[in-house]
Design a protein around this ligand. Structure first.
Ligand SMILES: *[C@@H]1O[C@H](CO)[C@@H](O)[C@H](O)[C@H]1NC(C)=O
Ligand SMILES: *[C@@H]1O[C@H](CO)[C@@H](O)[C@H](O)[C@H]1NC(C)=O
Ligand SMILES: *[C@@H]1O[C@H](CO)[C@@H](O)[C@H](O)[C@H]1NC(C)=O
Ligand SMILES: *[C@@H]1O[C@H](CO)[C@@H](O)[C@H](O)[C@H]1NC(C)=O
Length: 375
């Protein structure tokens, strides 16, 4: 059943196509991470054999069409015959990238991997052709904890998530979908993700607030704690609040950084109450000239770094926060702003590029060392 041995063809290939290509795979000294980049038009897939001992495996196929694999695979083979071999693999994290993959081959690989101890799967720059067959009755799904997709296009269009979900066990905790070609899934067929705590829809600039309601599939993500919406075309915090309320999603932490946000609220728009579960809000890199109105009244963490605030926010403009980040705003640039009397800010940081200055409401300054560069 299924084109099941295709993964073995990728990981344990038996066919030696050519011996003239340069080494496409590299395994580190610890036998931990193995990276293959098959960029030749006729790659020697057997090179991937050295990855069998690795825990992290990354395979990129130089944009090749993997359709010929289907012909080499015995469609009627029972994947259970590979179970022992696959169980012996150490792989926990697998990345597959840069290829055109028939859906039949993808589900065949997922079916074989269901016998492995794989926990994290990343698919990048893939074009999935054809439709995904449903999971056969006797088969079990793949027990992933994390699934990350970036720039994956699906011939099946909007139903791809529902189709892919059938091949997974329900325990998925982390789902990330970036550069989606159709971020609005057809929610009707999607079953709930009962264990999903982190949903990352970042880097879908065409999503927008209306698209967000559709992508959040009402009541299909009941356990979400962290929602990341970086660079997703969001316009106002209030609009996002309304979309979350409409979708019944109540995250603890919400990342709206890298959206161009407007602070003002359309006065005719209905007021939106944030869920009381929300305790961390990231509004950095949002082009804000003032602190938006209608933020949740109580937050633990608020990041307003790298905006265009020209003066120190007054305490009554800010929600109650334990952990506030304001660095990288013009009012903090040396020479242009001095600490305001009565304001909470007494620190000056030149740019958001190098350091993160955290100003506690209590007045304590915490300079976070080694903050990542915001290039
Ligand atoms: C793979 O190899 C090709 C050709 O050598 C190169 O252009 C490409 O950047 C490599 N990809 C990765 C991810 O290293
Ligand atoms: C997205 O993936 C396709 C292959 O499916 C590739 O041709 C394209 O360059 C990728 N786009 C980006 C922005 O990486
Ligand atoms: C907020 O988002 C920025 C950019 O995405 C990130 O660098 C920063 O660490 C985030 N802040 C918090 C408090 O998580
Ligand atoms: C503020 O929050 C950030 C992100 O959650 C965390 O890394 C940092 O340690 C916190 N700082 C303080 C002073 O609590």
């Amino acid at each position: 059943m299924g084109r099941a041995s295709c993964l073995l063809l990728l990981l344990l290939p038996l066919v030696h196509v050519s011996a003239t290509t340069p080494e496409p795979c590299e395994l580190d000294d610890e036998d931990f991470r193995c990276v293959c980049n098959f960029s030749e038009p006729q790659p020697d897939w057997s090179e991937a054999f050295q990855c069998v001992s690795a825990v992290e495996v990354e395979i990129r196929a130089g944009g090749l069409n993997l359709e010929p694999f289907l012909k080499r695979v015995d469609a009627d083979a029972d994947p259970r015959q590979y179970a022992d071999t696959v169980k012996a693999l150490r792989v926990r994290r697998l990345t597959v990238g840069a290829a055109q993959v028939p859906a039949q081959l993808l589900v065949g690989a997922l079916r074989v991997l269901a016998y492995s101890r794989l926990k994290e799967l990343t698919l990048e720059d893939l074009k999935i052709t054809g439709t995904m067959p449903p999971l056969p009755l006797e088969a079990t799904g793949l027990a992933l904890s994390s699934l990350r997709l970036r720039n994956v296009s699906w011939a099946t269009g909007r139903s791809w998530l529902a189709e892919l979900q059938q091949w997974l066990k329900p325990g998925l905790k982390v789902l990330s979908i970036a550069q989606a070609h159709s971020p609005a899934f057809s929610c009707e067929q999607v079953r709930a993700f009962p264990a999903l705590t982190s949903l990352d829809l970042s880097d879908n600039p065409g999503l927008g607030e209306r698209g967000l309601i559709a992508a959040l599939c009402p009541h299909k993500f009941p356990a979400i704690q962290n929602l990341a919406l970086r660079n997703t075309g969001m316009e106002t915090p209030t609009g996002v609040c309304a979309a979350l309320a409409a979708a019944g999603v109540q995250p603890h932490s919400l990342d709206l950084s890298h959206n161009s946000l407007r602070a003002t609220v359309n006065p005719s728009a209905p007021r939106c109450m944030w869920s009381s579960a929300l305790n961390s809000l990231n509004l950095s890199f949002a082009g804000l000239e003032q602190v938006p109105k209608g933020l949740p009244a109580k937050l633990r963490v608020l990041d307003l770094s790298c905006n265009r605030l020209n003066r120190a926010p007054q305490p009554d403009e800010l929600p109650e926060v334990d952990n506030l980040t304001l660095d990288g705003n013009p009012f903090l640039v040396p020479g242009t702003a001095l600490p305001h009397e009565g304001s909470m800010n007494s620190g000056v940081v030149p740019a958001c590029a190098r350091s993160t200055l955290s100003v506690g409401v209590s007045g304590t300054l915490v300079l976070l060392q080694g903050a990542r560069g915001f290039a």
